[in-house]
Design a protein around this ligand. Structure first.
Ligand SMILES: [Zn+2]
Length: 309
């Protein structure tokens, strides 16, 4: 289950300091390798397999994309359609239609904006001190800001003339409602990815449920979805078994997804994917090969299965 965020032939200042984005040529190369060795399955086939033990085609793969970025519509969907590959897109409900910007993207934008400025470090040092946070250098410090410290990024943006609202309005980095509607009519499936991308193990159990249920409710209500799927923002590490009990049983989500790499889960309905946008870019062949190698090594020590309290 490989997953990506986006694919772009242009530099994306809101992402370039976070992870390595594939260009369309490399993305197509990935897909061609994967298609040569694996059969694509969609979310519904995967659900039937997990819920009803219906067999999947031998050597199958499930493709998904997180964060609902606009290139999913402009670049990714046309390529997938052409190749006949189904996929699921996981969205943050607060950001659909460019209503808001994820805090990590703010960090990356600020780095792009400030890295060459000599006076920036002085301002940042001051702002970090005000927020009682350690300052090292522009890039490292901006990347160390967490979800609950987002106001710091907003304040820095305001003081250094980086207008996030204007960026949203001009660049439209996220998918819009009409684009999502068109993708659904093309057969793509959608799931939730929380409201605004927090780290779940830093939230209270109630807030974890709220972020999940409300973001899914937004999708079901606005796009008439009759299924529920959720992918964790950042990591599901440290999320308790009680969360899955609520979401998969009481709230009737069919599937939930993590991004911990090739691993097995004790919890039925929770599946692990592996990210394709590693810092040192590898092609699909190398990446899938190393996932299997890690899996085998972990299995020797019994670390290939995730157990939860
Ligand atoms: Zn995400």
């Amino acid at each position: 289950m490989p997953f990506y965020h986006t694919v772009s032939d242009d530099e994306l200042p809101h992402i370039q300091h976070l992870y390595h984005v594939r260009n369309s040529r490399l993305f197509i190369k990935d897909l061609e390798y994967i298609l040569k060795h694996y059969r694509p399955v969609d979310l519904h086939q995967l659900t039937e397999h997990i819920e009803g033990d219906k067999l999947l085609p031998e050597k199958s793969f499930f493709l998904s994309f997180d964060d609902g970025l606009s290139e999913c519509y402009s670049i990714i969907a046309p390529i997938l359609k052409q190749k006949g590959i189904p996929a699921t897109f996981f969205l943050n409900s607060d950001f659909v239609d460019n209503k808001g910007l994820m805090f990590r993207y703010k960090s990356s934008l600020l780095i792009s904006h400030l890295q060459k400025s000599e006076s920036a470090e002085k301002l940042l040092r001051h702002k970090f001190k005000e927020h009682k946070l350690p300052f090292r250098n522009t890039k490292e410090s901006l990347l160390s800001v967490r979800w609950n410290q987002e106001t710091l990024l907003d304040e820095i943006g305001e003081e250094c003339g980086m207008d996030f609202d204007n960026f949203l309005k001009e660049k439209k980095p996220y998918l819009t409602t009409p684009q999502i509607v068109e993708m659904i009519s093309d057969g793509f499936t959608f799931g939730s990815h929380s409201q605004n991308h927090p780290t779940y193990n830093k939230l209270s159990p109630d807030k974890q449920i709220e972020q999940t249920v409300l973001s899914q409710e937004f999708l079901c209500k606005n796009f008439g979805l009759d299924y529920k799927a959720f992918a964790f923002p950042f990591t599901d590490s440290g999320v308790s078994a009680a969360f899955f009990e609520r979401i998969l049983k009481d709230e009737n989500f069919q599937l939930t997804f993590g991004g911990a790499g090739l691993k097995n889960e004790k919890i039925k309905g929770q599946l692990q994917r592996f990210g394709m946008e590693k810092e040192s870019p590898q092609d699909a062949k190398q990446q899938i090969h190393s996932e299997y190698c890690y899996y085998l090594i972990k299995s020797i020590f019994g670390k290939n299965v995730i157990r939860r309290d």
